[in-house]
Ligand binder design. Sequence first.
Ligand code: ATP
Ligand code: LTN
Length: 336
Amino acid sequence: MPEETVIRKKTALSGIQPSGNLTLGNYLGALSNFSEFTSEYNCYYCVVDLHSITVRQIPAELRRRTYEVLALYISCGLDPEKCTLFVQSHVHEHAELSWMLSCFTMFGELSRMTQFKDKSAKHADNINAGLFTYPVLMASDILLYQADVVPIGQDQKQHLELARDIAERFNGVFSPTFTVPEPYIPKIGANIMSLAEPTKKMSKSDANENAVIRILDTRDVIIKKFRRAVTDSDTCVRYADGKDGIKNLMTIYSCFTGKSYDEIEREFDGRGYGDFKSAVGEVCADGLQPVKERFDKLMADKPYLESVMRDGAEKASRAAGKTVSKVKRKLGFVTL
Ligand code: ATP
Ligand code: LTN
């Protein structure tokens, strides 16, 4: 009899922190790519609330944002019937594996993480141990589900590389235990910049509202913010060095229209920055409109969102439990 070959469906996993109102950077760099994986991969998308407490949160806001990020997952096309949508703190194995993997992560490795350096500079009064070990928790999120691919923006590449190193180290000591994950970083949109300081990443927690487009901003606000976007003293829409503001706007325009940089240059040839900025605002507002409409409906139905969380936690726990049992066995913990 021919030997039966079992083809394992690959797994995709990603997470977003409920640490602020999501931005266009979160959308283009991560969220809008999540649904690409749902037909061919086993998908796990997680609201990473444990990560968000590395920075002080107001409890009522954290709770509301947890519902919001889940509602945004669904609004951006993730069907809870086809993928597992869940909240990290509902699956205790994340914290449990994180402890075990922290014993396979070096102090020096964590000290080199640029997000740690940036966040400790930004929150100098609260450089807590969680901020330092944050990447171990992220590695645990990924390795718990044996993820093959992790859709992320450019800023998370270093954390993903660390997750790969931890997996390889553990596998090397105890025989293959974890799948070594690959990042999926989109070619365009992986690094959306601030509209006020286009050499800096657009970040959820930026104090300057004009620097950030929020997924849930109204059409008028989106258009106004793009009109105010910092550019340069030239007038020509060109993708060239030294034109960070224009390059960022061209990237955003390209993401929403599918047009190449050459096509965009031709389209706006001889027209000023004003015209271009208005056009970027229009395509962005149009692109986000359907997401917002679905979001409003979902937020009005908390019991539904809670049922999604409950089902998601149950499915995720099943997969996570298997990995944790395997890791404990390999480490030599007594199982009863
Ligand atoms: P914070 O400002 O609170 O640190 P953040 O905006 O960086 O948060 P996260 O929840 O940490 O957001 O990130 C969620 C996902 O969005 C990650 O995959 C991250 O790489 C991606 N992302 C965040 N900002 C951008 C950006 N400016 N451009 C592209 N992708 C981004
Ligand atoms: N560290 C990420 C958020 C995050 C994540 C994950 C992303 C936590 N766990 C697992 C992908 C996979 C961030 O700060 N953006």
